[in-house]
Design a protein. Structure first.
Length: 55
């Protein structure tokens, strides 16, 4: 049977690794726009792009 210290060390390492994975998973969940959001400003396919109103 493993010692209490060894068990604690392994548990701590596992919890730190899992928390890092959870953090990265949460960060990457909405890191990029969908295709619809990315090309929304280009207008409908086959039609000319809308003119820029800021000019």
């Amino acid at each position: 049977m493993a010692s209490f210290t060894a068990t604690t060390k392994r548990k701590r390492a596992r919890r730190h690794k899992n928390s890092g994975q959870d953090r990265k998973k949460q960060q990457g969940q909405r890191s990029t726009l969908s295709a619809a959001e990315l090309f929304a400003g280009c207008g409908e396919p086959g039609k000319p792009a809308p003119s820029d109103a800021s000019n």
